[in-house]
Design a binder for this molecule. Structure first.
Ligand SMILES: NC(=O)c1ccc[n+]([C@@H]2O[C@H](COP(=O)([O-])OP(=O)(O)OC[C@H]3O[C@@H](n4cnc5c(N)ncnc54)[C@H](O)[C@@H]3O)[C@@H](O)[C@H]2O)c1
Length: 266
């Protein structure tokens, strides 16, 4: 089994180093696909793609504003965003564009060469060993700031932006399920789904209840470029293709695990 998780994962770095970004994310993926095709063509190939392949188009879904979060105002998205959502004609960042190139190439090696490839379009992948930083690793960084009493900056959308969070154990469990029963040229939106979704404001409440500490925050009235307002992965295709798989780690489990880990590490 080849599990390809190497990447240049930063949007901001990509803009300042477009050739490096494309070399690592797109050409690096092509290198691995070609190596696999020549040496282990029967072997399953899982690629960590990203929900950023959808660019900022998820922001065109009608939304309603609730007290603590944005929510889809279209019943078609009650279960979240599915794999048929369009990936082009939206703003991706250069990082998102290089990941689109890799994603399409991985699908093509499945369709054209019949290899057992799959793209996992990740939402927020996290877990106790995540070392989040301000621009990357939302919950991990937020919980670390809470424990340290460090300033957490909210960038736009009133702090009501929503992400779905999945524990790394559930990511690994899905990869294992694919390994046991691989398919060809597949794409899955891999996130925590609706039940594991939370906004920044909701995350503040959860961690403060757990730690007993108030968040120290500052609001910046400008959202990050192309940032999703509300992103929830629709997990129905994953569950239909792999019925033995489901989310085993709830949002509460994830908060608890990250909180305990930072307590030990800090
Ligand atoms: N963490 C998330 O929430 C998330 C969400 C969606 C998608 N993803 C995807 O998951 C994958 C892993 O992301 P992560 O968050 O663990 O980031 P990360 O930065 O922790 O991991 C990326 C790894 O790639 C390695 N790498 C970079 N360039 C390389 C090269 N040229 N050759 C070999 N290795 C190289 C780095 O050393 C690093 O260990 C990436 O493809 C990312 O786009 C992550």
């Amino acid at each position: 089994m080849v599990v390809h998780t190497a990447a240049q994962p930063s949007h901001d770095l990509a803009a300042s180093r477009p050739f490096d970004d494309f070399d690592v994310n797109a050409v690096g993926t092509l290198n691995l696909l070609e190596a696999a095709r020549h040496h282990v063509p029967e072997t399953g190939f899982v690629h960590m793609s990203t929900n950023k392949v959808y660019g900022d188009r998820p922001n065109t879904i009608p939304l309603k504003e609730l007290d603590l979060r944005w929510e889809y105002d279209d019943p078609a998205y009650e279960d979240g965003i599915g794999e048929h959502f369009p990936i082009d004609q939206s703003k991706h960042s250069l990082f998102g564009a290089s990941k689109v190139a890799a994603d399409i190439m991985v699908q093509e090696y499945g369709r054209y060469f019949g290899m057992k490839t799959c793209c996992l379009r990740g939402g927020c992948l996290t877990g106790p060993h995540h070392s989040g930083v301000e621009l990357h690793g939302f919950l991990s960084y937020l919980i670390k700031c809470n424990l340290q009493g460090k300033l957490y900056r909210i960038y736009g959308y009133k702090g009501k932006q929503v992400r779905d969070n999945i524990h790394s154990v559930d990511v690994a469990r899905f990869i294992a399920a694919f390994w046991e029963n691989p398919r060809s040229g597949e794409v899955y939106n891999l996130g925590g789904g609706r039940k594991n979704s939370c906004s920044i404001l909701e995350a503040f409440e959860r961690i403060s209840a757990l730690s007993g500490k108030k968040m120290v925050t500052e609001y910046v009235d400008k959202n990050r470029e192309g940032d999703h307002i509300c992103y929830i992965s629709d997990l129905r295709k994953m569950k239909a293709h792999y019925p033995s798989w489901s989310i085993s780690q709830s949002l509460e489990d994830i908060f608890g695990a990250i909180y305990e880990s930072w307590q030990e590490r800090l």
